[in-house]
Design a protein around this ligand. Structure first.
Ligand code: NAD
Length: 306
């Protein structure tokens, strides 16, 4: 039976690890916050006292950490008194990082892993906490064909779509390209809906028109930002749950760092980052990213008060 080490049991990691336990694999878990391991051990996972303790002897190591510095520290031992995972795992161990981080860090870890004869794959996800719980995440992978083939067999227990973007780091680049586009679509959809409302249109009717016209896009189909247009989406639930503004700000920051590195022109992405930073600074960091709609909605309220 496959032994999987799962390190990083936050909002995403815990439900992902739970799905692996349910698949019948032996799962060894570790997080710096010991309480996060409790729900997993209740399901049948084994807790380890350290990250290295979880990874030693595992066939596969999966990490789900906040940012690039955490990934570099854990795998390479960078800035840490502990050994890196790459120094202790057995040869043949497959390493899969599902965190959303900068592509440079992913490439660096992949390079050091390769120098030790190990396969490392970057596999950031799309689908949020709901997708993590339901096991329907999209994994966007970067790494060799062989590593992708091996990783797919494990990732399939946590996701519905397992995609290969290219070599090391390509998963991270594809993920931030997608999220940059998503942010722009969300903002443009919000301002369009509000302009229609300002002219007396019913946002439900306007949404249906745009959905089947040339402005149709994912946010109108699945995630309408205007309250009460669509059931079961964060906008109809006070913008609770879903994908946090703070995480969108993080991803847009990564997109702009990537644009600088490649000298790419991303004016819409730059503006989207600025608008989302502003929205977060107004106390919306923990709300769903579709709450950006209120930036346009509030303009009208302020105007009508005056
Ligand atoms: P989180 O902050 O809830 O969880 C991160 C976990 O990592 C924490 O429990 C923390 O204690 C642990 N951790 C940090 N350093 C560690 C170390 N050295 N060893 C062991 N554990 C360590 O974050 P999250 O929401 O689960 O997100 C994780 C990653 O997934 C991020 O990169 C995020 O951008 C990405 N992501 C999140 C979502 C989402 O909706 N939350 C969606 C897509 C992608």
């Amino acid at each position: 039976m496959t032994t999987i080490a799962f390190i990083g049991l936050g909002h995403m990691g815990a439900p992902m690890a739970a799905n692996l336990v349910k698949s019948g694999a032996t799962v060894k878990v570790f997080d710096l916050v010991p309480e996060t391991m409790k729900s997993l051990t209740e399901l049948g996972a084994l807790s380890a006292p350290t990250a290295c303790g979880a990874a030693a002897g595992a066939d596969v190591v999966i990490t789900m950490l906040p940012a690039g510095k955490h990934v570099r520290s854990l795998y390479l031992g960078e800035g840490s008194s502990e050994k890196g995972l790459l120094d202790i795992v057995a040869s043949g161990t497959l390493l899969i990082d599902c965190s959303t981080i900068d592509a440079q860090s992913a490439k660096l870890v992949a390079e050091v892993a390769a120098s030790k004869g190990l396969e490392f794959i970057d596999a950031p996800v799309s689908g949020g906490t709901a997708g993590a719980a339901a096991g329907t995440l999209t994994f966007i992978c970067g790494g060799s064909d062989l590593a992708f083939e091996q990783a797919s067999k494990v990732l399939t227990h946590m996701g519905a779509n397992i995609l290969h973007a290219g070599g090391p780091g390509a998963g991270q680049v594809a993920k931030i390209c997608n999220n940059m586009l998503l942010s722009v679509l969300m903002i443009a959809t919000s301002e369009s809906l509000q302009m229609g409302i300002d002219h007396g249109l019913d946002p439900k009717v306007l949404s249906e028109i745009m959905k089947v016209s040339s402005g149709g896009n994912w946010t109108l189909d699945k995630y309408n930002p205007c309250p009460e247009v669509m059931g079961s989406v964060p906008s109809s639930n006070g913008y609770q749950g879903g994908f946090m503004v703070d995480l969108m700000v993080k991803d847009l920051g990564l997109s702009q760092e990537a644009a600088l590195l490649s000298n790419s022109s991303t004016p819409m992405g730059a503006l989207a980052r600025s608008l989302y930073v502003n929205h977060a600074r107004q106390g919306n960091g923990e709300r769903d990213f579709s709450s950006i709609f209120e930036q346009f909605n509030n303009v009208k309220q302020i105007k009508s008060k005056g």
